[in-house]
Design a protein around this ligand. Sequence first.
Ligand code: AMP
Ligand code: GLY
Length: 423
Amino acid sequence: MKILLLGGGGREHAFAWKISQSPLCKKLYIAPGNAGTATCGENVALDIEDNGALHNFIVAHAIGMVVVGPEAPLVNGVWNYLHKMPGTSHVAVIGPSMQGARLEGSKSYAKRFMAEFGIPAASYREFVAAKPDDAVNYIRKKARVPIVLKADGLAAGKGVVICQDKETAVAELQDMLGGKFGEASRKVVIEEFLSGIEFSVFVLTDGESYKILPVAKDYKRIGERDTGPNTGGMGAVSPPPFVNEVMMKKVEERIIRPTIRGLKKRGIEYQGFIFIGLISVDGEPFVIEYNVRMGDPETEVVLPRLKNDLVELFIAVKERRLAGVTIETDERAAATIILASGGYPGGYPKGKTITGLGTAGDSIVFHAGTKNSGGKLLTNGGRVLAVTSLGKTFRDAIAISNKNAAAIEFEGKYFRGDIGFDL
Ligand code: AMP
Ligand code: GLY
């Protein structure tokens, strides 16, 4: 089968690495990809949010499967478009329909979904730009600090703001409703603050049945000991040792099953990944957010621990045979450390020469923001490389990644040396 993978980050290099190991994959294209994915298949310059361009490419190259890395094409309806268009209605699209993608694309939709299906989450209220006074009154009179404000729509990972006092929250709320994140924040969800430790659960569903993939924990803050601004993720560990069988039983019964049931009840076409961002509050799991894709950098620790042929799993998803599949997991732990460009998550330079990859032989180095130019490997993004290692324990894995993170060089390189500090 010929496969088209959408995206160009570390997650997509991990997907490309895993897909290209499958004898079922005859040819892999990655749009737009990066210097790492180019070693697993052929990069193609396609606008992944242009459904018409994707359709033309899929028809012209007889693509049988599309694997969607990031959320934007899903929210943009790639599933629906390919499904209804002649020549692509048979193509397996790994990712939900536009309706399913609302679980990530609209916080308000996700909150209502969870309330309807009894899924544990922070209590909330929602407010719209047309009635800002309602929201201000709510914050001044009812809300308890810290106050969690969430832009309803996609805001490039910046749409959640946690305010420590009411007046800061009022000012932030007015900015949001006033269009700080464009249309995405014309509606705002105000949530109860939950205190606990976070982890990520990944579910693959064919719409009927589901399988749980290895659990992970990511590190979102730029600074060591979880300080400074949020990033896309600076490292990850799988499995997080505090997520035991008792916890996973609660997650499956209280969260995963009702989620799948809810999707079916609403008649939502969903054949793809569900990423459930969870927080354990005194041992009880609550949903922080849904994403309709895999996490980045979590994929860089989840896929190296997955022993199954990924393409075989995707075909089972397409044919709704997932119930008959057994997920096989490598018992070793995995860790990944992100090498970022100096300045990230703010502004940063690009085009810095990367050296020392050859010495990282006991790690798998996934590329995130890289490109080849004139025979050189150059930085091309905020997150540049993900250095993944496997070890008997997560501490062994982290030690190997730390050693190799130190040996790889580019000007301005930054990484957190404390991944796993809280475990
Ligand atoms: P999100 O963009 O939804 O992933 O939220 C970003 C981060 O904000 C999460 O990873 C949490 O650390 C934090 N967060 C979101 N909602 C809450 C909440 N209700 N209570 C505490 N922290 C939260
Ligand atoms: N690592 C978090 C995310 O992918 O959203």
